[in-house]
Design a protein around this ligand. Structure first.
Ligand SMILES: Cc1cc2nc3c(=O)[nH]c(=O)nc-3n(C[C@H](O)[C@H](O)[C@H](O)COP(=O)(O)OP(=O)(O)OC[C@H]3O[C@@H](n4cnc5c(N)ncnc54)[C@H](O)[C@@H]3O)c2cc1C
Length: 385
């Protein structure tokens, strides 16, 4: 009989990456314990807010594309296993000056990996996307195989999959400390003590607190999401309107989604948009969740300039946390000095959710086999030294 409090793998943090890791581990027959300090899902970390953009022509770096190809495959697999949609293909339209790094990055990844991306001449851009008011010096790119995934639902489905395959998941249980010993790790929570052969740490914005020896700084910022009431609903609804990115020369990148029916997607109600720029630096344990005074001004700025038909009343403003590394690339690695007993994934820098389905697989391979066939060398910790 296996000992009650001993596991093959313990996962600290059952949020985005941790829920997927628990599911992959349990599906492969490993005895896994997932420890989550809040409920599953919750709105105190990085996976709240209804929708997350997913795209392949990756402007952040082309090295992410093979991981994205696998992520798309794994999202489709989850759909089959769970019998419900996670990925919604809406296409993404990108607007910006052609020499901006974002626009150049999209074109570079698309060429290197043969990802369909259309360049639309101004007349064609206006014809296909008449709701946008775009300056004449902007370029329009369109990626048809892009869209959004639903974060809370994905976390729920991966957790359900883990439980169905025998995982033990403990919620409202916070890990206080953990220790590596010669042949196991011991984890102390506010409710108990557990041991395991391997440890995976997916603590999101709390990663620096849970991994004191990380050796590189992580910055946690509070990001705002807004939902507005457009003038007319039909033209902005799912099926009629794409996801979008605008590289504004003054304030940087903004992005948004189609209107999602509340009956299928839950709340908040309205047309969602956000500013992809580091917000105020915060301690994840003490975040002021009230909407700051300038939040509405920022919404008015972008909508009046580029999408006037959407410039209606603000219905909701919510906050969510980004966890930045210094180069804005993820960290996926074994913890140095842990003899591959401890695997970590953190610093997703505001662009990690679309990768959840592949990160769960990678973490499972790194923890169990000590290696992965997927190309993650560029995400290792040694790049900081
Ligand atoms: C506003 C916003 C918009 C975004 N938009 C996009 C997008 O469009 N596309 C995209 O791909 N990505 C996007 N992202 C980024 C993406 O959501 C994150 O990169 C991803 O959710 C990070 O996952 P995580 O597992 O690291 O963190 P989380 O999902 O927060 O999970 C970490 C978990 O660890 C738990 N935990 C921490 N410490 C402990 C402890 N001591 N004991 C027990 N449990 C603990 C936490 O409670 C939490 O549940 C966005 C993020 C935000 C905030």
């Amino acid at each position: 009989m296996p000992q009650k409090d001993h596991f093959d793998v313990i996962v600290i943090g059952v949020g985005s990456m941790g829920s997927a890791a628990c599911a992959f581990l349990a599906q492969r027959g490993h005895r896994v314990l997932g420890l989550e300090q809040f409920t599953i899902p919750h709105d105190q970390g990085s996976h709240s807010g209804q929708s997350r953009i997913i795209r392949k022509a990756y402007f952040e770096h082309p090295d992410y594309v093979p991981l994205l190809q696998r992520a798309y495959h794994n999202w489709a697999q989850l759909k089959q296993e769970a019998g419900t949609d996670i990925y919604h293909r809406t296409g993404i339209v990108y607007f910006g000056r052609p020499d901006h790094d974002t626009m150049k990055g999209i074109k570079k990844s698309s060429i290197l990996y043969n990802i369909p991306v259309e360049t639309l001449p101004p007349g064609e851009s206006k014809r296909r996307f008449p709701l946008f008011q775009i300056p004449s010096d902007f370029e329009t790119l369109y990626e048809p195989d892009a869209g959004f995934v639903t974060p809370e639902r994905a976390v729920l489905l991966y957790t359900e999959l883990a439980l169905r395959n025998g995982a033990v998941i403990r919620t409202s249980e916070k890990v206080n400390t953990w220790k590596q010993e010669a042949d196991q790790v011991t984890v102390h929570t506010d409710k108990g003590v557990y041991t395991a052969g391997k440890l995976i740490i997916t603590a999101g914005s709390w990663a620096s607190k849970v991994i004191p020896t990380l050796g590189t700084g992580l910055k946690v910022t509070r990001q705002l999401l807004a939902w507005v009431n457009p003038e007319v609903w039909d033209v902005f609804s799912l099926g009629n309107f794409p996801c979008w990115f605008i590289e504004d020369p003054e304030r940087g990148m903004y992005y948004g989604f189609p209107l999602l029916p509340a009956g299928k997607f839950g709340g908040p109600i309205g047309l969602k948009l956000a500013h992809h720029k580091p917000g105020e630096t915060v301690d994840p344990d003490h975040v002021d969740r009230s909407a700051p005074r300038d939040a509405e001004e920022n919404v008015r700025y972008i909508l009046s300039k580029y999408l006037p038909a959407a410039n209606g009343a603000v219905l909701s403003i919510k906050s969510c946390l980004y966890t930045y590394t210094s180069d804005e690339h993820f960290i996926i690695d074994h913890l140095p000095g842990s003899s591959k007993r401890v695997t970590i994934a953190c610093g997703f820098s505001g662009h990690g959710f679309k990768f959840v389905s592949v990160v769960g697989e990678i973490l499972t391979d790194l923890a169990i086999k000590g290696k992965t066939d997927l190309p993650v060398e560029f995400l290792q910790l040694n790049r900081f030294h």
